[in-house]
Ligand binder design. Structure first.
Ligand code: PSU
Ligand code: MN
Length: 306
């Protein structure tokens, strides 16, 4: 493996002992949530994964080295450093490592590294997708093409509601990505449990999801799988409440000329302000919920290993 990738000894040890490892991204820490909720949440989701019996591996770039399995101190360092921390997608990996900079990996960036480190499961909040108006701007997250090319199973609360969800799921279909909805007939929409989009595949147990992952492996279909897990009911923001706020934030981004990789962090932050923190609470709740399911699936997958 590349000398630019440093795998923590506890992760190597877990792999050696066939203990399941669950990857975690770091853009959600540096660009997705404010301080100190970002650090608290990052550490809490690691705990949730450990309690279920899997090993968490948060991935980020520190001083030009890609670290798989950050320590608690490194997670704090990433959130607290005075250095600029780049948002790192697949295209940025070579640049940020070669310049010796700090970087937080997105879903696409994390998947690319997880696959190289032999990690098969990855938990996040929501994936990127086709932005609203993306049919004109071509702003389609690299998360989509990564799912189309890298064999990692991503557990998320769906694509983020700030996106054009129907177009996002069309693209995922084109990329050949199995999209599973957990215990629901509709794909969830991040802050809310429903999207109006019928789930292509509904599965009701972690075991059935793990079995699908094993079948995909057996067939050597080497692209990603997306598991969508609805936010817990008590923390849901119903679609008709959050949608007008999203439309407002998208309009503001347009007026300010914000585009490219800055748009997702801008929208998440504005929606948090507009909803007076309610969207942040929802985001924290859904990531924890995904951590639980992701660890359960990773554990269940063990029984299907040849
Ligand atoms: N999900 C969250 N918060 C986030 C993100 C996802 O709950 O901050 C990040 C992920 O890292 C995702 C990225 O990969 O936003 C998508 O950005 P873009 O649309 O620029 O590809
Ligand atoms: Mn983009």
């Amino acid at each position: 493996m590349s000398e630019l990738i440093k795998i923590a000894p506890r992760i190597e040890e877990s792999k050696y002992q066939h203990k399941p490892v669950v990857a975690l991204e770091s853009t959600i820490i540096t660009h997705g949530m404010p301080y100190p909720e970002n650090v608290e949440t990052a550490l809490e989701i690691e705990e949730i994964i450990r309690e279920i019996g899997a090993e968490p591996a948060t991935i980020a770039i520190i001083d030009g080295k890609i670290k798989v399995g950050l320590s608690r101190d490194e997670i704090k360092e990433l959130a607290e450093t005075d250095q600029e921390v780049k948002k790192v997608s697949r295209r940025d990996l070579a640049w940020v490592t070669s310049m010796g900079k700090y970087g937080a990996t997105t879903v696409a960036g994390t998947m690319a590294i997880a696959a190289r480190a032999g990690i098969k499961f990855f938990v996040t909040g929501g994936i990127g997708g086709v932005h609203r108006g993306g049919n004109n701007t071509f702003d389609i997250s690299a998360d989509i093409s990564e799912l189309g090319r890298t064999p990692v199973t991503v557990i998320a609360a769906g694509a983020k509601a700030i996106l054009d969800l129907p177009l996002t799921y069309e693209k995922l279909e084109t990329e050949g990505v199995p999209v599973i909805a957990y215990r629901t007939d509709e794909i969830p929409a991040f802050y809310s449990r429903i999207s109006g989009i019928k789930a292509p595949i509904r599965l009701d147990t972690a075991r059935d999801i793990a079995k699908l992952v094993a079948a995909q492996e057996s067939l050597e279909i080497d692209n990603g799988i997306l598991v969508t897990n609805p936010i817990p009911e008590k923390d849901e923001i119903p679609a008709d409440e959050i949608n007008p706020e999203i439309i407002r934030a998208v309009k503001e981004a347009e007026d300010k000329g914000i585009s490219g990789k800055d748009i997702t962090p801008f929208l998440l932050d504005r929606i948090k302000e507009i909803t007076e923190g309610r969207s942040l609470e929802a985001n924290i709740s859904l990531v924890k919920n995904n951590a639980r399911l992701g660890a359960e699936v990773a554990l269940a997958h063990k029984q299907f290993l040849a």
